[in-house]
Design a protein around this ligand. Structure first.
Ligand code: GLN
Length: 345
């Protein structure tokens, strides 16, 4: 049976099983399944020829990816998958990793310690800013810029660096509901060219806000950024956040539900770097981008919208992914600040 026939049967099955659900006008990520498919297909068609932006090349290996790749995937908290484009192409997770290491460390240390040690304040400066370290009260600003993420990684508990790395990979995989692997070429390429991150870690050490050997922390951070994911896996990781920490496919509780509001709050204020305010204004969705071209946006309690395309703008956010997610979220009326989207009729 071909894929379209199977898709059509799946839609029909859920349409019948969700008659009441489908009639609700303003509703979850999937107001009705056909409409959602149309919306993501429209987003793909609208932006697939957009060539704006440049592939990030400060990590040499990233410059080698096919800049035409473009994938969009929506996954609902009940595990429905809606995909279009190159959703099975693997790319490096890069800064999106910061969210999930934050979740690990928050689980170990608690929300208060995270606020005190790392902070939750947007820097308003680029993700790898050294100036921000001089200006912020906590030095690192927040866990989603490089300084904050390297400090977060340095806080991770574990008997050895190799054990911590295994824990990171296992945690990310559990969030995705499938086994993830490092992209070795990306890791080696970044490890050979990450002098700036090493300088950041040394500066943090001088300020007393580095909690492991700076070189080890940067190495672990570089590894976590080099984890390969597909757009579908990224959407699944986002859906785990949306589903109160439980992966929609495996049913396993991975992230402590008590910490989800704090994680999403930092994503909203800091997840798109020095574009976070504008992004929040446009979409009202907690999101995280990576310079590898991925972006994931969380619709709490409903699902996640992920998109991937390698060309990024000056802030380091994928151009097509931003446009696709902004379009989809607007069509679905899932802005979390819209009283109607959170249940007020
Ligand atoms: N690994 C990248 C870096 O440290 C991550 C940056 C990003 O995705 N914005 O520069």
């Amino acid at each position: 049976m071909n894929k379209h026939v199977i898709n059509a049967m799946v839609i029909l099955f859920f349409a019948i099983g969700n008659m009441g659900f489908a009639q609700v006008k303003k509703s979850p990520v999937a107001p009705n399944y056909k409409l959602l498919e149309k919306i993501i297909n429209d987003a793909y068609e609208q932006y697939k020829d957009d060539k704006t932006g440049e592939v990030a090349d400060y990590i040499p290996e990233l410059a080698k990816v096919d800049s035409e790749l473009f994938g969009i995937c929506v996954i609902t908290v009940d595990g429905k998958v809606f995909s279009v484009g190159n959703v099975e192409a693997s790319f490096s997770i890069q800064s999106i990793s910061k969210v999930f290491t934050l979740a690990m460390v928050m689980e170990e240390m608690g929300q208060k310690a995270i606020l005190e040690k790392l902070g939750a304040e947007p820097t308003g400066l680029p993700f790898n800013s050294v100036t921000a370290i001089e200006q912020q009260a906590t030095r690192v600003g927040n866990p989603l810029v490089n300084a904050g993420a390297i400090a977060t990684t340095s806080l991770l508990k574990g008997e050895s660096e190799s054990q911590k790395w295994k824990d990171i990979l296992a945690y990310y995989s559990a969030c995705a509901g499938s086994e993830l692997f490092i992209i070795q070429d990306v890791y080696e390429s970044e490890a050979a060219t990450n002098g700036r991150n090493q300088a950041i870690a040394r500066l943090l050490d001088a300020y007393g806000v580095m909690y492991d050997d700076p070189e080890d922390a940067v190495d672990l951070y570089t590894r976590q950024c080099s984890v390969g994911i597909t757009t579908e896996q990224l959407a699944a990781m986002g859906a785990t956040l949306a589903a109160d920490g439980t992966n929609p496919f495996t049913g396993k509780k991975i992230i402590n539900p008590d910490n989800i509001p704090q994680i999403l709050s930092v994503m909203l204020s800091c997840g798109m770097y020095d574009y976070s305010g504008t992004w929040s204004y446009l979409t009202g969705l907690p999101s995280k981008s990576g310079v590898g071209g991925g972006i994931v946006s969380i619709v709490p309690g409903k699902g996640a919208i992920a998109a991937f395309s390698p060309r990024v703008d000056a802030a380091g956010n994928s151009v097509r992914a931003q446009k696709a997610i902004a379009y989809i979220s607007e069509q679905l009326e899932v802005n979390i600040f819209d009283p109607q989207s959170v249940g007020v009729k």
